[in-house]
Design a protein around this ligand. Structure first.
Ligand code: SF4
Ligand code: SF4
Length: 321
């Protein structure tokens, strides 16, 4: 690579946590800034989209793109950065698998606008207005990007070279990815980077013994034993269905893994794997008893597909024709 690598960071449909995650490498951000030229990072520096449009295709060495594709603006930027970047990285769970924004695939644009703009008790909107894509003001016409019915991952929109999982990626993993990039030590294109090759259970120190759950609990309903596997105590933990790499951060704090590092290697649909793991601990003698036990699981789709609905085999609730 001649000269310093040219690096871009971009934020599409997401909460912004991945931007904070970049800064969580703390003072090493100065080392990164020494090693690369940051040529686009709107959350931290004043750049405009026109700056990117004016760049030659392939002139950005790597773009770390976080956020899902929720709107026409997100898609435009995804296509723009794909064209301008030699390497495009889906950075964080939203770009990688849709994450929390992907749960909106249980509804559609109309359903979301209804709840957010018309029914929302904290919004004063007597005329029941919802956003439109074009509007004439005395100063001229203004344009808003189209809000899509369906949230897509970055990889469902444009070809992606690498994915970094996590909501957000952990600082030590982000740093490892930045270092690997600067040193030119990246694995084959298509790899998941900044994560492990096993499951969170493999990194977790809670002891697995007996798989006999008669009752499921939400985390605030019991005080779990700090040594025993949380799932075996009836607390829904996504560890068996989640890629390692975070250091089992949540179970170490006696909280269940929620699954933010996405599916482990070889698993296509994290929610299906998670369901299978939970089914394997249920101790029921009859179908009725099994139904009673699993009915205690609150918000099944939000639990099993919290991070991966958009990337799953389901992708979304069927749209009405
Ligand atoms: S299910 Fe959760 S608590 Fe149990 S071993 Fe796996 S990560 Fe640890
Ligand atoms: S334990 Fe699970 S939810 Fe917590 S940071 Fe790790 S992968 Fe994410």
């Amino acid at each position: 690579m001649a000269g310093k690598p040219r690096v871009a960071f971009y934020w599409a449909g997401s909460c912004g946590g991945c931007e904070i995650a970049v800064l969580e490498i703390r003072e090493r951000i100065l080392d990164l800034a020494q090693a690369v030229d940051i040529i686009f990072w709107p959350v931290a520096m004043d750049f405009k989209y026109q700056d990117v449009e004016a760049m030659e295709d392939g002139s950005i060495d790597v773009c770390f793109f976080n956020g899902a594709i929720r709107s026409a603006e997100n898609e435009h930027l995804a296509r723009l950065f794909r064209a301008k970047s030699k390497t495009l990285v889906a950075y964080g769970s939203c770009a990688h698998e849709g994450c929390i924004p992907g749960l909106a695939n249980l509804s559609d644009r109309e359903g979301i606008f209804e709840v957010v703009y018309r029914e929302n008790p904290s919004v004063e909107n007597p005329e029941k207005l919802v956003p439109v894509t074009r509007y004439d003001l005395p100063e001229g016409e203004v344009e808003l990007p189209t809000f899509y019915d369906t949230v897509r991952t970055l990889g469902q929109t444009v070809p992606v070279d690498y994915s970094v999982p996590g909501c957000p990626p952990q600082a030590h993993q982000s740093w490892a990815v930045f270092e690997a990039f600067v040193k030119g030590e990246l694995p084959p294109v298509g790899s998941v980077i900044g994560a492990g090759e096993k499951t969170v259970c493999d990194e977790c120190e809670h002891v697995k013994e007996e798989k006999k759950v008669k009752q499921f609990f939400r985390i605030h309903e019991i005080v779990p034993d700090e040594k025993k596997c949380l799932l075996e105590q009836g607390i829904i933990c996504a560890g068996p269905a989640t890629r390692s790499g975070c250091g089992a951060l949540c179970p170490t704090a006696n909280l269940p893994c929620r699954g933010c590092y996405g599916p482990p290697p070889g698993v296509v649909d994290q929610g299906a794997k998670f369901l299978s793991a939970v089914a394997s601990v249920v101790d029921a003698n009859t179908e009725e008893e099994a139904a009673r036990i699993v009915s205690q699981i609150a918000d099944p789709i939000g639990t099993f597909y919290r991070f991966g609905l958009a990337a799953s085999l389901l992708r979304r609730r069927k749209l009405d024709q």
